[in-house]
Design a protein around this ligand. Structure first.
Ligand code: UDP
Ligand code: MG
Length: 134
């Protein structure tokens, strides 16, 4: 089924100049970019986006990381886009992510793991509305 999902290329993806390589992997998998924009995320957006993690000890460093520079927000579209994108991105901890995944190949740190991808169709709808409302 054709779906849309939200991808965020996190600040280190931009500062490490990995944007082209990351987007290439989505295109290689026949996923399309429906919308794309560069933005600085706000504290308010991030507290909502990561509300399931607010009580975690790493939450302050996660917030600082996500605000250390601009991010790239993408709506990715295609067959089974939500699951396909999660598989391409790989497990949260790059040390556990499969080597063929983006986090497995390019990441080294459990917080600074380069990319966000929505975890379900419902979450994707919520996250797309949050970041592409205007
Ligand atoms: N995170 C972290 N430490 C952890 C778990 C998560 O710093 O032990 C960060 C990491 O940047 C991750 C984000 O919090 O991508 C959101 O966590 P979630 O469990 O939703 O993982 P994801 O869906 O991004 O794989
Ligand atoms: Mg998540």
């Amino acid at each position: 089924m054709t779906e849309q999902t939200l991808v965020i290329i996190k600040p280190d993806g931009l500062s490490r100049h990995l944007v082209g390589r990351i987007i290439q992997r989505f295109e290689d998998k026949q996923l399309q970019i429906a919308q794309i924009k560069k933005a600085m995320l706000t504290q308010t957006q991030l507290r909502e986006h990561y509300k399931h993690l607010i009580d975690q000890p790493f939450f302050p460093s996660l917030m600082a990381y996500m605000m250390e520079g601009p991010v790239l927000l993408l709506i990715i579209e295609g067959e089974n886009a939500v699951l396909q994108t999660r598989k391409l991105v790989g497990a949260t901890d790059p040390m556990e992510a499969e080597m063929g995944s983006l986090r497995g190949e390019l990441g080294t740190d459990k917080t600074r793991n380069l990319i966000h991808a929505s975890d379900s169709v419902d979450t994707a709808d919520e996250e797309i509305a949050r970041f592409f409302a205007n």
